[in-house]
Design a protein around this ligand. Structure first.
Ligand code: SAH
Ligand code: SF4
Ligand code: F3S
Length: 479
C-alpha cells in the first residue's frame, strides 16, 4: 500500500516547467446525467484545482464554465442546449468568459458545437480530462481546443476527486468506465467507449480515505458492475510483487475488499446487469453486514421479444430467475429497483402488458421510467423503426408510473411497524426539525431530529409511510 501512495503523489505533482493557468480565475461546473458524470465532475474539479482554479458557486461569477453533459435521451441534450444559450448570453456581456462542454455530448457531437454552432470554446470527451489544463491554455492562446479521444486504459485511478455538493457522509466512487454491452437503444458505448476496470487497490485507498474523513457510505459505480474485472498486467509488474490476491479480481472480490475497510462503512453499488449478476455476488452481500441489501437491476422490458430487439441478452424468464435468486439468498426485504423503457421499436400493446405483468409479479421498490428516445448512430436507430407514436409511448409510460407508485406504497407498507438501521445523512428536505437517512434497502427514512446527528447509525421504529418515504422515531443509537 505504501508503494501505491508514493506512486500517486508522484503522478499528482505539478510539472515545474509550466505555470498554473488557473491562478486568479474561477471555475463553475454544472453536471447532468448519471452518477458517473457527477463523479467525473469531481475528478475534473481536482485537476482544475491543481491548476489554481477556485470554485465559483454561481455561473455569473465564473471565468470558465464547464458543462458536463448527457446524451442518453434527446431531452437531456435539449436541456444542455438551453443552458448553453444562457451561458452564451453572459459571454456576450463578459467576453473573456470561456465555455467548455464536457462529457457525453462532447463525445457524441465532437467538433459540431465548436465549429458549426460556435457556442463553446472547448470540447472535451470523458477520457480526456487530464488534458484539460493544456486545452484551456490552448484556448487562452486564441485557438480552438478539442479532445474527444476515447481511451482503453484511462480510469483516473490516481486522481483524488474533490467532493462537490457533498453531505460529508455519502460518496460515489467510479470503479470502471465505459460499456461493452451494446444494448441497441443506448448511446453510452459510443460516448464512453470500451469497458475498463480500475485498480482495486486505488478504490480501497479512496474508500478508506473517505472513511477517515468521516464518510460512512460509498456507492461503487459502473454501467455494469458485475463485469468488473481487473488483473495485474505487464504494466503493473511492480505491483505484482505486492499483490495479496489471485491474479484476477472480480466484482465479488472488490466488494469484499471494500467491505473489509471498516464495519462502519456502508457499501452500495450500481448498476447490476441481469445477465451478469452472479449468486456469488449475492452471497457476498449476504455475508457482509455493511454491504447493503439493495440491487438496482434494470429490466427495461417484460417481454422477451423486445428484450431481444434491445440486445439485452436475457429473457423475461432469465430475469425472473435472477429475482428469485435475490429473494432466496437475500430475503424478501432486499430492495430491488429497475429501469424501464416504454414504446421501444415495434412494441405492441400486448408486449407493453408484459412489462406491467412483470412489474406486478416482482413489485419493485422503485423504478426509473422513460419513453423511448431514438439516439442517432445506435443499432436501434440504424436498424429498427421508431414506430410507436409519441402519444402511445407517453400513455404507456403513464401506465407503468401508476403501477410503480402502487407497488412502492405496497412495499413501503411492509416496512411499517418494524425497526430499520438508518445512516443519518442530514436534515429532511421539508424541515430542519427532522433528519433523514436511508435504510439498507435504500429507502428514505424521516424522523424527529432531537439530539441525533448526521453520520450516526440509528435504529428507527417506522410507524407510517408514504409511497416515497418511511416515517418513524429513533429507538436507539447504534454507533
Ligand atoms: N448501464 C445501465 C443503464 C444506463 S442508462 C443498464 O444497463 O441498466 C440509464 C437508463 O436510461 C437505462 O437503463 C434505460 O432505461 C434508459 N435509457 C437508455 N437509453 C435510452 C433511450 N434511448 N431512450 C430512453 N431511455 C433510455
Ligand atoms: Fe447502455 Fe446497455 Fe451499457 Fe447499460 S449495459 S450502459 S443500457 S449499453
Ligand atoms: Fe448520460 Fe453519459 Fe451517463 S449519456 S447517462 S451521462 S454515461
Amino acid at each position: 500500500m505504501e508503494n501505491l501512495i508514493r506512486e500517486i503523489s508522484i503522478i499528482g505533482k505539478q510539472d515545474p516547467g509550466k505555470e498554473k493557468i488557473g491562478v486568479g480565475r474561477k471555475l463553475y461546473i454544472e453536471s447532468y446525467g448519471c452518477q458517473m458524470n457527477f463523479s467525473d465532475s469531481e475528478i475534473v474539479s481536482s485537476i482544475m484545482q491543481k491548476e489554481g482554479f477556485h470554485p465559483a458557486t454561481v455561473f455569473e461569477d465564473a471565468d470558465l464554465i464547464f458543462i458536463n453533459t448527457c446524451s442518453i435521451r434527446e431531452k437531456a441534450e435539449t436541456t444542455v442546449r438551453r443552458r448553453l444559450a444562457q451561458f452564451n448570453a453572459l459571454k456576450r456581456k463578459k467576453p473573456g468568459l470561456l465555455i467548455g462542454v464536457l462529457g457525453c455530448m462532447a463525445e457524441r457531437l465532437k467538433t459540431r458545437l465548436l465549429e458549426e454552432e460556435k457556442i463553446v470554446d472547448l470540447v472535451v470527451g470523458p477520457d480526456a480530462y487530464r488534458d484539460l489544463p493544456k486545452l484551456v491554455r490552448t484556448v487562452d492562446e486564441g485557438q480552438k481546443a478539442v479532445n474527444t479521444f476515447l481511451s482503453r486504459e484511462e480510469t483516473y485511478a490516481d486522481i483524488s476527486p474533490v467532493r462537490l455538493n457533498s453531505n460529508g457522509i455519502t460518496a460515489f466512487i467510479s470503479i470502471m468506465r465505459g460499456c461493452d454491452n451494446m444494448c441497441s437503444f443506448c448511446v453510452v458505448p459510443y460516448t464512453r467507449g470500451r469497458e475498463r476496470s480500475r485498480d482495486p487497490y486505488t478504490i480501497v485507498e479512496e474508500a478508506s480515505a473517505l472513511f477517515h474523513q468521516g464518510y460512512r457510505e460509498v456507492t461503487l459505480l459502473g454501467q455494469n458492475v458485475d463485469s468488473y474485472k481487473w488483473s495485474f498486467s505487464e504494466n503493473n509488474k511492480a505491483r505484482l510483487e505486492n499483490q495479496e490476491h489471485g491474479e484476477i479480481y472480480h466484482f465479488s472480490d472488490l466488494l469484499k475488499m471494500v467491505a473489509g475497510i471498516h464495519p462502519g462503512l456502508r457499501i452500495r453499488f450500481s448498476t447490476s446487469h441481469p445477465k451478469d449478476i452472479t449468486d456469488e455476488v449475492l452471497h457476498t452481500i449476504k455475508s457482509h453486514e455493511n454491504i447493503c441489501d439493495y440491487i438496482h437491476l434494470p429490466a427495461q422490458s417484460g417481454n422477451s421479444r423486445i428484450l431481444e430487439l434491445m440486445n439485452r441478452t436475457y429473457s423475461r424468464e432469465w430475469y425472473m430467475e435472477r429475482i428469485r435468486a435475490i429473494r432466496e439468498i437475500l430475503g424478501k426485504d432486499c430492495g430491488i429497483s429497475s429501469d424501464w423503457i416504454t414504446g421501444f421499436c415495434t412494441e405492441t400493446e400486448e408486449e407493453h402488458q408484459d412489462t406491467l405483468s412483470l412489474m406486478e409479479s416482482v413489485k419493485f421498490d422503485f423504478s426509473y421510467m422513460f419513453a423511448y428516445s431514438e439516439r442517432p448512430g445506435t443499432p436501434a436507430a440504424r436498424k429498427l423503426a421508431d414506430d410507436v407514436p409519441g402519444k402511445v409511448k407517453k400513455r404507456r409510460l403513464q401506465e407503468i408510473i401508476i403501477a410503480q407508485k402502487k407497488h412502492s406504497l405496497e412495499r413501503n407498507l411492509l416496512d411499517v411497524n418494524k425497526y430499520h438501521k438508518v445512516l443519518i445523512e442530514g436534515f429532511s428536505k421539508r424541515s430542519d426539525e427532522h433528519l433523514q437517512g436511508r435504510n439498507a434497502a435504500n429507502k428514505v427514512v424521516v424522523f424527529p431530529a432531537e439530539k441525533y446527528k448526521k453520520g450516526q447509525y440509528v435504529n428507527v421504529f417506522v410507524d407510517r409511510c408514504t409511497g416515497g418515504t418511511l416515517l418513524g422515531t429513533v429507538s436507539e443509537v447504534l454507533s
